[in-house]
Write a protein that binds this ligand. Structure first.
Ligand code: FES
Length: 315
């Protein structure tokens, strides 16, 4: 993947924990254009992190800057702390934009964002609005003071912006949001609990899974207290590997030389989906519907684990 050095041209602190970074290209360089909902991956010590690109208009074809916003995570692995240590003039390494969360053009949309999950929704709302497409945004957070971009979103969307704060009577009512969908597309970005809740309710209300689009914004890991080791058998070779607590199936299998296809490694893109021949998966993704999870025929091996002692995977 092509990467480029970019300079922090501007840093703006939006809330106590969220800062916006404007990254500029080298002088005279034009950056690759991007699709609404896209992200860039930024190198941080020990790996990289994905951050959604932000644009308030529909001009994303030949930009000379990229804008991202980063929330500092106290419990994270240090990526956000590194980003928050950056100042104007610092250089960072950035991969080309990629979009796993595109809007369906020409179709009305209800956007639901939780916390820092607002970031991809900004370009999506702007693109839909610029195209004259019906768009409504529900933006939920603990208090208004910790939610970035409220005023600018109000300027963009007017009465089509609904801000929901946990600490007052505007708190998010998922049932009401789902009741309001009509035949529009439903886009959800935020923490896993919000995505799981919204997907379950949409599924129960008979909303076709094709109309529900999700992107996970959660810097916690998929690990849970009490995780146990389990075995994974590769059906094609009969090899068996042990996946201990704190490690993923992908990590263990890659280490043994398996060639695997994956992308997000957080359970929201579906690229690593693998058929399960036997055993009971412990699903921790936001890709599968409740019905698919209950069926247990496929799993996302980047985050999901096992409820049975062994899984036999179609690899
Ligand atoms: S790599 Fe994206 S869901 Fe597993």
């Amino acid at each position: 993947m092509t990467k480029r050095q970019m300079r922090v041209a501007e840093r703006r602190d939006l809330t106590d924990r969220i800062s916006e970074f404007t990254l500029s290209a080298a002088p005279g360089e034009t950056l690759p254009g991007w699709q609404a909902g896209a992200h860039i991956r930024v190198d941080v010590p020990g790996g990289d992190r994905a951050y959604s690109l932000i644009a308030w208009d529909d001009a994303r074809s030949a930009p000379d800057t990229y804008v991202i916003a980063v929330q500092r995570e106290e419990a994270g692995a240090g990526g956000s702390a590194h980003m928050h240590g950056l100042a104007k003039g610092d250089m960072i390494q950035v991969a080309e934009p990629k979009c796993d969360f595109p809007v369906v053009s020409g179709q009305g949309a209800v956007l639901l964002a939780g916390g820092i999950g607002i970031t991809p929704m900004i370009s999506m709302a702007a693109a839909l609005r610029a195209a004259g497409t019906d768009v409504v945004l529900h933006y939920a957070g603990r208090t208004r003071g910790v939610m970035a971009y409220c005023d600018a979103l109000g300027d963009l969307l007017g009465d089509d912006l609904h801000i929901h704060c946990d600490d007052d009577d505007s708190a998010l009512n998922l049932d009401a949001v789902i009741d309001s969908l009509g035949d529009r597309q439903f886009y959800i970005c935020g923490p896993k609990g919000m995505i799981d809740g919204a997907r379950s309710k949409a599924e129960a209300a008979g909303v076709s899974p094709d109309r529900v689009h999700v992107e996970l914004f959660d810097n916690g890991s998929a690990d849970a207290e009490g995780d146990q080791s389990f075995e994974v058998e590769i059906a094609s070779t009969g090899e068996v590997f042990t996946v201990p607590p704190g490690r993923t199936i992908i990590e263990v299998l890659e280490e043994s030389g398996q060639d695997l296809i994956y992308d997000c490694q957080r359970g929201d893109c579906g690229i690593c989906q693998t058929d399960v021949i036997s055993g009971i998966p412990d699903h921790r993704d936001v890709v599968l519907s409740d019905a698919e999870k209950a069926e247990g025929k496929v799993m996302q091996i980047c985050v999901s684990r096992a409820k049975s002692a062994r899984l036999v995977l179609d690899l």
